[in-house]
Design a protein around this ligand. Structure first.
Ligand code: TXA
Ligand code: MG
Length: 336
């Protein structure tokens, strides 16, 4: 299959393909998603196949406007409504109870809940208006870093999907915050993203907490995706704090490493292969996945990636960055 590039000008063709049951990737403000019409089970199955994704890992349903969730859930409670009003369109995914079976088990992984999100990307909202709700897992091969450009998607999925809608570079760079509202006593963040506890807590009264364990009752992961190895390039990744780079380079061998670090770190080691994470946590999060992919192509033995240790008051974006980096590194940290 030849994978087509669609743009703003050819968005109608992309929508037609989706409505015909084909799989087309689309941009969002976080990462690219792999789209299929959410109510077309055969199309959704193609998404799992193209990604090589385990079938018990449920998908996020992307919608054009908040009211669209009413086809699937009755939960339009004050808390849900407040969160949607405040953060949609935006990088917040809300898990809600389902009221009917319009979404197949292939979408929900057999759970009686579904994850919904309205992305903050005009081009994609236009697409969703034309197609109706689309599933959209990150458009990478399962286990690889999520894609933040057209080229990343093409690299992983060319020949396996009908098309890719090119919307340029994603601005946030890490996937949405996933929250579970099924417990009335507290809101649990199952996957950290740009929107953190502080932002959420400003608009709701119930306590908002980060899920510490990620494991639900009986050891079943609450967000099934969190149990898999993720975001991993082929080259081993080691987390290194800013102050420890000189020692880490010595330890792993000057010729054998690539640096994925802030500009101030890179400036200290002008002779090393390096990919810049910029100067701020926002930039670091935006570039992390692109950096992992690029360093992986350099054929080095180890990627030394900068760790920004979490403190109690750390913002959502920093927690999201560290969560993805820890997974990419399999928890490997350089201890000086
Ligand atoms: O930013 C994003 O969320 C991107 C863009 C494309 O929208 N999408 C994305 O999808 O990251 P995906 O499939 O790669 O990650 C969805 C996460 C997984 O960890 C999955 O297990 C969890 O959400 N999830 C989905 N439905 C769920 C449900 N009903 N209950 C618990 N967790 C769920
Ligand atoms: Mg993913």
């Amino acid at each position: 299959m030849e994978t087509k590039r669609y743009t703003k000008e050819s968005i109608d063709q992309a929508a037609e393909q989706l409505k015909n049951g084909e799989v087309v990737a689309f941009p969002t403000e976080t990462v690219y998603g792999l789209g299929a019409c959410a109510e077309n089970e055969a199309a959704v199955k193609k998404v799992y196949l193209a990604k090589g994704r385990p079938s018990d890992n449920p998908l996020i349903v992307h919608i054009a406007k908040p009211e669209d969730i009413l086809s699937y859930t009755d939960d339009f409670s004050l808390v849900t409504k407040t969160l949607m009003d405040t953060f949609w369109p935006g990088p917040l995914t809300i898990i809600l109870p389902l009221k009917n079976q319009r979404l197949s088990k292939t979408v929900t992984g057999g759970l009686d809940t579904c994850a919904f999100r309205m992305p903050d990307k005009a081009l994609t909202l236009q697409l969703l208006e034309k197609t109706g709700p689309l599933v959209g897992p990150s458009a990478n091969t399962s286990g690889k870093p999520s894609p933040t450009t057209f080229d990343h998607v093409y690299h992983d999925l060319a020949g396996k999907v009908t098309g890719i809608l090119d919307g340029g570079e994603c601005q946030v760079g890490v996937e949405s915050t996933v929250i579970d509202l099924s417990n009335e006593e507290e809101i649990v963040i199952l996957r950290p993203g740009k929107i953190g506890v502080e932002e959420l807590q400003q608009v709701v009264d119930v306590p908002v907490v980060y899920d510490q364990t990620i494991l639900g009752e009986k050891g079943i992961p609450k967000a099934p995706g969190m149990k898999y190895r993720h975001y991993s390039p082929t080259t081993p990744v080691v987390m290194v704090e800013k102050k420890d780079f000189a020692q880490a380079i010595k330890h792993y061998g000057k010729e054998k490493v690539a640096l994925l670090a802030s500009d101030d770190v890179i400036a200290q080691f002008p002779n090393e292969k390096a990919f810049s994470l910029g100067n701020t946590l926002q930039e670091a999060a935006q570039r992390l996945f692109a950096g992992l992919r690029t360093c992986d192509e350099w054929g080095v033995e180890t990627i030394l990636a900068e760790a920004f240790p979490i403190e109690e008051e750390s913002a959502g974006i920093q927690r999201a960055y560290m969560n993805r980096l820890e997974k990419a590194a399999g928890g490997n940290q350089f201890l000086a």
